[in-house]
Design a protein around this ligand. Structure first.
Ligand code: BGC
Length: 645
């Protein structure tokens, strides 16, 4: 790479070569739309909100909108998506990522990458690998065993490469087992090239390159954003024989072949950084994505949806004075506008009921405003950003006290969370309704109004666990996070996210996969076929068929989730998500649903064999609508097999 700074806008710029007709590379950030200060772009909801839809079709469209705007801005490499598994709930970049399950993240990655790349830009799977915390991120060393790497942290990248056909991968700031990601031969060559057969190119995260020879030999193709190690220093390393021209050629080949593969030598790209790229269709999509990703967590006595005639008090900075539509850091954006919640609610009510507002800075005033209305809605938020983890899981700025004060003043209190991830909610029993709206993008207020008034029936589900207490989380020792002497020890091993809660019999506040609706659903008639598969059969396919019925009075959508309970002979966590699908149903409607399991659904990674294997035994197939609501169960037997070589 060459220093991007002469070119305004793009966060990365590699000049072309006119003599050889090689086009320039223009790289831009943006996980919720085009970032780096770009104007006239669409601010989408944060990725964690989009994935809370549990709808891969929505992620495909998300990628299309993002990729389309990037391309029309002149970007040909889009630095999205961010697909690391959320290991630490305080992680400052949780909002930019997808969630805590490797399979889930992989499915979302495939969809978003296909969407981005369908519009012209080459996508970028980041951040590779074990980029799981911001604290000490330029030096942190993740100490993690190989089985855990394969079963938890690698699968999203595997899916991105094998099924998403992603063109580039970004190596991360951190170290894995003593070696920086961008000069780690095990990560860059053994896993990425040999095991996953990645054909695209690897670029470093910004200033994450630490060496010339070691990086080039380990498999780093491109230093970004400058040429500190891959410019003159590389010429010298070749001249002195420390590096072969064959190694250099291989790096160049990977970059050029990928550029050819994506048509960068053929396609004409007319847009520039100043192009106006947002459209009404993209705004409509931003609204839809925010609505689909909103998760209804509590609805005591059917308090929600609200009816138009009731007076409303909107409380909290995020409710009006300071809407929290996006997170900070390199995915931060210039929003064309943000509809605040109080604006959205006023517009929705169109004068049918009174809407008052208090920003919450004065608690007594907020309680007074709340008391005067039929229903009080408190908006609380975290200010998550790249570069720093949250210090703990508590809401900042005394917002717990604000909720307590409002709930004491009004029995019909609803809390809306604008957070990048889980928070503790000591007041949970004192409120009537709870909604996780994440960082919802430019249509914030319109989306929350549609949910509150039932114009849209909520159908989002949590892509990560919400703990009950600060101690009841998988990474609850300092050795695990933020680490001791620069090392974070992944001693929880496979017990990441809901796996830990299940393995330790800990009841979370809200489990992975959880989310309510204004209607009700019933699952029935589950059939799993065949009931027996051979341990060595790499083509085995197990079908899960069932019926799902909307048993309520309004249309809605339910997410069917299939978990496999392992025989647990080798220390594996009890249950793993292995398939899911979202189904739209009219009131009273039934549909048949089919999901498929494959050999990987029954496999564990054996670090001694350096291969996946299917332990024989009885596997329970659990079907339901959250990781803790799995009423339908069947088994599949994996039989012993002879190894044939
Ligand atoms: C971030 C990357 C980003 C890059 C360029 C880094 O600090 O970790 O996600 O793509 O900056 O802005």
């Amino acid at each position: 790479g060459v220093d991007p700074r002469p070119i305004p806008g793009y966060v990365g710029y590699v000049p072309g070569n006119a003599r050889l007709s090689i086009p320039a590379l223009r790289l831009a950030d943006g996980r919720a739309g085009v970032g780096n200060g770009a104007k006239d772009v669409t601010l989408l909801p944060a990725p964690i909100a989009a994935t809370a839809s549990w709808d891969t079709g929505l992620l495909l469209s998300f990628g299309e909108v993002l990729g389309n705007e990037e391309w029309r801005k002149g970007t040909n490499v889009s630095l999205a998506p961010s697909i690391d598994v959320v290991r630490v709930p305080e992680w400052g970049r949780t909002f930019e990522s997808y969630g805590e399950d490797p399979y889930f993240n992989g499915q979302m990655a495939i969809a978003e990458i296909l969407g981005i790349q369908s519009q012209g830009p080459i996508a970028n799977a980041n951040m590779y690998l074990t980029m799981n915390q911001e604290n000490n991120r330029f030096k942190e060393d993740s100490i993690v065993d190989r089985r855990t790497l394969h079963e938890i942290y690698l699968p999203p990248f595997e899916s991105a490469i094998e099924e998403g056909h992603v063109g580039t991968v970004m190596c991360a700031y951190v170290k894995t087992n003593g070696s920086y990601s961008c000069e780690n031969p095990y990560l860059l060559t053994t896993l990425l090239r040999k095991q996953l057969d990645f054909q695209g190119w690897v670029m470093s995260d910004w200033d994450a390159t630490h060496s010339t020879v070691a990086s080039a030999k380990a498999g780093l193709d491109q230093e970004m954003p400058g040429a500190k190690y891959y410019g003159a220093a590389m010429k010298e390393a070749i001249a002195s024989g420390q590096l072969s021209t064959a190694t250099l050629d291989e790096h160049v080949r990977r970059i050029l072949v990928t550029m050819f593969r994506f048509g960068l030598f053929d396609k004409e790209q007319t847009g520039s950084w100043n192009s106006y790229v947002r459209t009404p269709e993209h705004a409509a999509f931003s609204l839809k994505a925010a609505e689909q990703g909103t998760v209804l967590l509590k609805n005591a006595d059917g308090l929600l949806p609200l009816s138009d005639g009731e007076s409303i008090a909107v409380i909290g900075a995020a409710g009006g004075a300071k809407p929290k539509a996006s997170g900070g850091g390199s995915s931060g954006m210039i929003a064309p506008y943000v509809i605040t919640p109080v604006e959205g609610i006023r517009k929705r009510l169109a004068g049918h009921a009174q809407v008052s507002y208090a920003d919450g800075s004065d608690r007594a005033k907020a309680a007074e405003v709340a008391k005067a209305a039929k229903v009080a809605i408190v908006f609380v938020n975290t200010d998550d950003s790249e570069g720093r983890d949250r210090p703990n899981l508590e809401l900042p700025n005394h917002q717990d006290e604000l909720v307590e004060a409002v709930a004491a003043a009004n029995p019909n209190t609803i809390v809306v969370l604008n957070t990048g991830g889980p928070v503790l909610m000591p007041w949970i029993d004192k409120i009537g309704g709870l909604i996780e709206a994440w960082y919802p993008g430019q249509e914030d207020g319109n989306a929350i109004a549609a949910i509150l008034y039932g114009d849209v029936n909520p159908s989002g589900k949590l892509p990560l666990t919400f703990p009950r207490t600060a101690a009841e989380i998988p990474t609850n020792t300092v050795a695990q996070w933020p680490g001791v002497n620069g090392s974070s020890t992944y001693s929880e091993k496979l017990d990441v996210g809901y796996r830990w809660y299940d393995a330790h019999h800990v009841q979370p506040l809200f489990p992975f996969g959880y989310g309510l609706s204004y209607t009700t659903f019933k699952l029935s008639r589950v059939r799993v076929t065949p009931a027996k598969i051979a341990g060595g059969d790499s083509t085995a396919n197990v079908r899960v068929d069932l019926q799902v019925k909307n048993t309520g009075k309004r249309e809605g959508a339910e997410v069917i989730q299939v978990y496999v309970e392992q025989p647990q002979k080798n220390g594996e966590p009890p249950r793993l998500l292995r398939a899911f699908t979202k189904v739209d149903l009219e009131a009273g409607q039934s549909k048949s649903v089919t999901l498929n399991l494959n050999p990987r659904s029954f496999s564990i990674y054996d670090p001694e064999l350096e291969a996946w294997k299917m332990p024989s035994g009885r596997y329970e197939i659990l079907v339901g609508t959250s990781s803790r609501d799995l009423p339908l169960q069947r088994d599949v037997e994996v039989t012993d097999h002879q190894m044939h070589n």
